[in-house]
Design a protein around this ligand. Sequence first.
Ligand SMILES: NC(=O)c1ccc[n+]([C@@H]2O[C@H](COP(=O)([O-])OP(=O)(O)OC[C@H]3O[C@@H](n4cnc5c(N)ncnc54)[C@H](OP(=O)(O)O)[C@@H]3O)[C@@H](O)[C@H]2O)c1
Length: 245
Amino acid sequence: MEKFALITGGSRGIGRATAILFANRGINVAINYLTNDKAAEDTLSEIKGHGVKVLKIKADVSKEDEVKRMFDIISEEFGNLQIIVNNAGLSTHYSPEELSLEEWNRVLGVNLTGAFLVTKYAIPFLKRSGWGRVINVSSLRAFSGSPKGVHYSSAKAGLLGFTRSMALYLAKFNVTVNAVAPGYTRTDMTAGYLKTRENEIKAKIPLGRVAEPEEIAEVIYFLASEASSYITGEIITVNGGIYFT
Ligand SMILES: NC(=O)c1ccc[n+]([C@@H]2O[C@H](COP(=O)([O-])OP(=O)(O)OC[C@H]3O[C@@H](n4cnc5c(N)ncnc54)[C@H](OP(=O)(O)O)[C@@H]3O)[C@@H](O)[C@H]2O)c1
């Protein structure tokens, strides 16, 4: 079966590495992003020439009308969709006292509500295909918590319940739903603090280094492939052995 995938936040970091890997392995890819047209264009040109169909769609995953429009485009351009990677994410740092309700809602909106909206609108495509994969990108922070990231940790922990519930609902349609929980990974999201704290962070990681986005992409690909056919509702941590720090 020819495979079509949507990768939210597919223009940079882990999403970009996943989009390139999927295309290399023959999967048609739609890359979603929020504002950075140049990064999306760069990723698209990296993928073009792999003999697969590629598409970039600018849409805010936290807004229902934009998600609906994204699926209209996918319907017109691809017609099919079997693989969803809910990867779009946003992390900010505030103590609970500093954290405004607006910021709480913004971070939950992208990291958690976004996965709900995208999966909801993907369901008709998944049912029609009779085969599907949903992969949610959670985080080490879902388990460890974070004193200045109560909103981010809550969203990423929420994604674990979302993963299990969606797995139960979609199993009868031959669709698996799993999550990947990365630890420290070298992307724009972590560039700021890796610049000043990389040695301190590396010292806490048993494998002695942070992950490259390609290493997370390989696990996402596994969960998107036939090889993971009997795994559903599962969370795979990819963190070099670091726990609860
Ligand atoms: N890096 C890490 O150490 C790490 C660790 C654990 C989990 N994660 C998770 O892994 C995922 C990818 O992170 P990353 O480090 O690769 O991030 P990144 O380099 O900052 O890239 C974020 C991507 O998400 C897109 N995006 C942000 N808000 C969006 C929205 N509202 N709608 C649609 N797209 C949106 C961005 O689009 P634009 O380019 O247009 O801004 C970009 O493509 C996130 O869910 C993150 O929480 C990362």
